[in-house]
Design a protein. Structure first.
Length: 129
């Protein structure tokens, strides 16, 4: 979901995502890695390290590059994605699970999708969770 300005809802049932200095992306993992921006830019060739995920899933999240201080750095991410500097490590932070094992899960409640996402074991240098 795209961000929008306005007052934050105070009623129960709302969930918030962090705003990181990043590129929003959809990652299709499994037999064939595919990484696409929200606007359809195919970023797969820039992020081959994401192919290490060994599940069949489609994930929504953000690509970030972490600076030496551990915080997301948009200039570093641009160096990686726009200038091809492979010395900058790309990291994908997954927020949502859209498909699992070929089945669409978007009709499940967000809390259930979060539990499924947590169960994927997305822990490692390219997949922090």
């Amino acid at each position: 979901m795209l961000a929008r300005s306005g007052l934050l809802p105070l009623e129960p049932g709302w969930v918030y995502e962090l705003k990181l200095d990043r590129f929003r992306a959809i990652v299709r993992a499994g037999d064939r890695l595919e990484v696409r921006s929200r606007r359809g830019w195919n970023m797969t060739r820039h992020l081959t390290e994401l192919a290490c995920l060994e599940v069949d899933a489609v994930l929504d999240g953000e690509l970030v590059a972490l600076g030496e201080d551990g915080w997301p750095s948009f200039p570093l991410l641009c160096r990686r994605m726009l200038q091809g500097d492979r010395s900058v490590r790309g990291v994908f932070v997954a927020f949502d699970l859209l498909e699992l094992d070929g089945q669409r899960v978007t009709l499940l409640p967000l809390s259930e999708r979060g539990s499924l996402l947590d169960g994927l074991g997305l822990h490692g240098p390219a997949w922090p969770r």
